[in-house]
Ligand binder design. Structure first.
Ligand code: PLP
Length: 393
């Protein structure tokens, strides 16, 4: 256990597993350990459990259970969709994507570029939105797949994926969306769209880490990434991660029962926090498309100070876990590629912090953040000559 009370507002990074999810998983870790592919009755429980999880996921996404492929994570689903499209769209080599995708897409595309596949990285405006004229111009008869995320993980900006899928299809291309951040936050009914592939990841909505889904529209041409046994109707080889799949199904059931209340809850907390910070800390503004954004995500620019320094203070002064867009996982403090693509000025680029809420956050959490933030901002601005020079009086 952590040595202090933690205020966890980094739910776009990962979420706490729901207790109901753990309860549903436990019997499959202990009692029902049979291989779901075995034919004796002892394996019926795990096989039935997977079937019911598939049904729950399909209900959540508005598709048929047969269109759900269980994978190990969002990254695997992303990789499978793009590589499958390149393998099946003969005569077409181009990928059209955006400059603000998650590395699961961006680094894959950079890798594929080296192998000779042309990639177009569409730019975004200052709110993180695409220019639809540029979208039309980029998709042509050489395009195998268009891949645009449903919602951005850093700013929460939501993309018009239903319209983008139409445009892709008008040009004979497939359409994939990385919906890792939007599941349970933005309702979707896949059967009313032309989306071919959709990726999601369990750990972003209170299921365990290490399980994801690739939605594949019925009849969309497909080539598996993992070849081997006939699991998942030969679409993804490997003995199923039964326990995690059961957890994923339970997490989907919880959303089916409570997503509407959850969305209202996180939006209320996010908005109060945001308004409180903007009112109490000078020279701050919110990044992203404020009219079209995930309900629980807030990316705030604190001008003239370092996001990393704010994060250290948040944690050490008040136990608050938030995040900045800096690529600190790669040992560099390069500014966020998303905020760079949005053209943020230098003094805000390095001072942006993302707060992301979940069903487990409370009004008290917001009180703690609002009590801590003005002091931290003042301390850091006082320490920085740049901050002292520029701060509004
Ligand atoms: N796509 C987006 C938008 C994400 O935010 C993430 C994780 O943060 C991923 C993909 C990768 O998901 P996973 O960690 O399940 O591979």
């Amino acid at each position: 256990m952590p040595d202090k009370k933690i205020i966890y507002v980094d739910n776009n990074a990962t979420t706490q597993m729901a207790p109901e999810v753990l309860d549903a998983m436990m019997p499959f870790m202990t009692e029902y350990y049979g291989n779901p592919s075995s034919t004796y009755p002892f394996s019926k429980k795990p096989a039935d459990g997977i079937r019911s999880a598939r049904k729950s996921m399909a209900e959540l996404l508005g598709c048929d259970p047969a269109e759900i492929i269980f994978t190990s994570c969002g990254s695997e689903s992303d990789n499978t969709a793009i590589r499958s499209a390149l393998a099946t769209q003969s005569g077409r080599k181009k990928i059209v994507t955006t400059a603000v995708e998650h590395p699961a897409i961006l680094n894959l595309c950079r890798n594929l570029e080296k192998q000779g596949f042309p990639v177009v990285y569409l730019g975004v405006d200052s709110k993180g939105r695409l220019n639809m004229d540029e979208v039309h111009a980029a998709i042509d008869e050489d395009t195998a797949i268009v891949s645009v995320m449903h919602a951005n993980n850093e700013t929460g900006t939501i993309f018009p994926i239903v319209e983008l899928a139409e445009i892709a299809h008008q040009n004979g291309a497939l359409f994939h969306t990385d919906a890792v951040q939007s599941v349970g936050k933005v309702p979707i009914c896949l059967r009313e769209t032309k989306i071919d592939f959709l990726s999601l990841s369990g750990h972003k909505f209170h299921a365990p880490k290490g399980v994801g889904v690739l939605y594949r529209r019925r009849n969309t041409p497909y080539k598996p990434l993992l070849i081997g046994g006939h699991q998942e109707r030969a679409q993804r080889a490997g003995t199923e991660n039964v326990t995690n799949i059961i957890g994923l199904g339970k997490a989907a059931d919880l959303l089916l029962a409570g997503a509407t209340q959850e969305i209202a809850h996180i939006r209320k907390l996010r908005d109060r926090m945001e308004q409180g910070i903007l009112a109490s800390c000078p020279d701050t503004f919110v990044n992203g498309d404020l009219e079209n954004r995930l309900p629980g995500t807030s990316n705030i620019a604190f001008q003239y100070i370092e996001g990393e320094a704010i994060l250290l203070h948040l944690y050490h002064d008040a136990g608050i876990c938030a995040s900045s867009g800096s690529a600190c996982t790669s040992d560099s403090l390069e500014a966020s590629h998303v905020l760079q693509a949005m053209g943020l000025p230098f003094q805000s680029l390095h001072g942006s912090v993302r707060f992301s809420f979940s069903r487990y956050n409370t009004e008290e959490d917001v009180d703690v953040i609002l009590a801590a933030m003005p002091k931290i901002v003042k301390t850091l601005r006082d320490l920085s000559p740049f901050g002292r020079m520029n701060e509004s009086k």
